[in-house]
Design a protein around this ligand. Structure first.
Ligand SMILES: Cc1cc2nc3c(=O)[nH]c(=O)nc-3n(C[C@H](O)[C@H](O)[C@H](O)COP(=O)(O)OP(=O)(O)OC[C@H]3O[C@@H](n4cnc5c(N)ncnc54)[C@H](O)[C@@H]3O)c2cc1C
Length: 419
């Protein structure tokens, strides 16, 4: 697999170094031009695949990411619970090249030059006709600068990878009777229910192995931000007396050495401290001036996910200001709308007028049982935004059958984005 990925990268590379402007032929059926996609996460990888599909291969697609492999945040909380390993959540990109002719480049994109329609990757310019920016999130350490340099001691584990493993190791090393604290930032942040799912997974492990321990959830928000009645019930029934939920508890001060946090009301020392920092769009988008909403998120139109700042630049996924949950399911759905719109625009046509999609999000509460929320969204032409359509569907309660559905959901979205 790795050998193949390497070979395909090596094979696709010669097409790139020339870095000439994309070739466009006039004859019908010929190339419509080149789209470069920055960020090969849920949004970017899906967009790359669907651009190739919808255009019948007439759009050249180059997918750039600083990481060689894809590591899934969804399901990563289960690494803490002990049901999954990080290796099971890590996938190569080779199928996108093999099945769809997506060209892959591994490298860090450091600049977007919209005037010249090119990005800078690995120090070299790469021209595009249209650009999709899907860099996910970065963390804001402004309130606690000490935390930025203390990731070995206080990991966020909010981008699946080495920090996920580190947090798991800290949990394994925790003494019985110890305290595992999770600090939740104010909305908007990546995956609203995931901190509470993490509390369940830590509690599941501790209940089984270190039953005198406690999980403290310090929530900057006034209430649980997603699936509230379901989490409250799961905590009551599965972990009585084990999870302490403290709403309205924004972290005000952090002492790294003692893993102690202060909120307006409490001072809590922990054996494991998992602070999930406030978030904003990835640094590249900020540097390019795309983050025009509070300096944190990118404004787009919802018909083509076109940036309202830079021409022929589209933004999808967690990076955008949407009033939509920041989830893999949303990034995947937005990517398809964006791919279809770009295909239309590159043929001189208008994007489809009324996109609609759903978001479904599962949370595991122990090793087998899960629950979900599902919401429909449609484009409101008057407000020019995506609006929830009716009430969300919420599971009646956690159940093992939903655990099976959750596993199927994960397998499906990985396959949809990556193969
Ligand atoms: C613990 C946890 C659990 C979650 N569970 C779920 C779930 O159950 N369901 C769900 O729908 N969502 C879930 N999510 C949310 C989901 O992971 C995100 O919403 C999703 O990954 C967003 O996709 P994206 O494409 O915007 O960003 P990402 O998937 O983060 O991809 C961004 C990519 O851009 C690359 N990149 C960034 N900057 C550069 C640069 N300058 N140069 C090159 N590459 C760059 C990064 O390396 C990365 O690969 C969860 C998140 C967490 C943290």
């Amino acid at each position: 697999m790795r050998r193949r990925t390497f070979l395909e990268l090596a094979l696709s590379a010669p097409a790139l170094p020339a870095l000439a402007a994309p070739r466009r032929d006039i004859a019908s059926g010929a190339s419509l031009g080149r789209v470069v996609v920055v960020g090969a996460g849920f949004g970017g990888a899906t967009a790359a695949k669907y651009l190739r599909q919808v255009s019948g291969g007439r759009i050249e697609v180059i997918l750039v990411d600083q990481r060689a492999d894809f590591i899934s945040c969804p399901v990563s909380n289960r690494v803490l619970g002990g049901q999954r390993t990080l290796a099971q959540l890590t996938f190569g990109y080779d199928a996108l090249a093999r099945h769809h002719g997506v060209k892959r480049m591994t490298g860090r994109v450091t600049a977007i030059d919209a005037d010249k329609s090119r990005i800078v990757v690995n120090g070299k310019p790469l021209p595009y006709d249209r650009l999709i920016v899907a860099p996910g999130i970065d963390f804001m350490y402004d309130a606690w600068p000490a935390l930025a340099g203390a990731q070995e001691t206080i990991p966020h584990a909010w981008k699946a990878g080495p920090q996920t493993r580190l947090l798991q190791q800290q949990l394994l090393n925790m003494p019985d009777g110890g305290v595992f604290t999770i600090a939740v930032p104010l909305l908007p942040y990546r995956c609203p229910p995931a901190p509470y799912e993490r509390a369940c997974q830590a509690a599941f492990y501790l209940k089984t192995h270190k039953p005198r321990s406690k999980v403290v959830v310090l929530d900057a928000n006034p209430v649980i931000t997603s699936k509230r009645p379901l989490f409250e019930r799961a905590w009551r029934e599965l972990y009585p007396g084990m999870i302490e939920y403290v709403p309205g508890s924004e972290v005000q001060h952090v002492d790294v050495a003692t893993r102690t946090v202060k909120t307006a009301f409490d001072t809590i020392a922990s054996d494991v401290l998992n602070i999930i920092p406030p978030q904003r769009v990835g640094r590249l988008a900020q540097a390019a001036g795309l983050a025009n909403v509070d300096g944190r998120w990118c404004e787009v139109d919802f018909l083509a996910y076109a940036s309202t700042v830079l021409p022929r630049v589209h933004v999808i996924g967690d990076a955008i200001d949407a009033g939509l949950p920041k989830s893999a399911h949303m990034a995947n759905a937005q990517a398809k709308v964006c791919a279809q719109a770009i295909h239309a625009l590159m043929q001189g046509q208008a994007p489809a007028p009324a996109p609609a999609f759903a978001n479904t999000c599962y949370s595991f509460v122990d090793d087998r049982q899960a629950m979900h929320i599902s919401t429909l969204y449609h484009y409101d032409a008057a407000k020019k935004s995506m609006q929830a359509q009716g009430e969300s569907f919420l599971s009646a309660q956690h159940a093992a059958s939903e655990g099976l559905e959750a596993d199927a959901w994960a397998r499906q979205i990985w396959a949809d984005a990556l193969t």
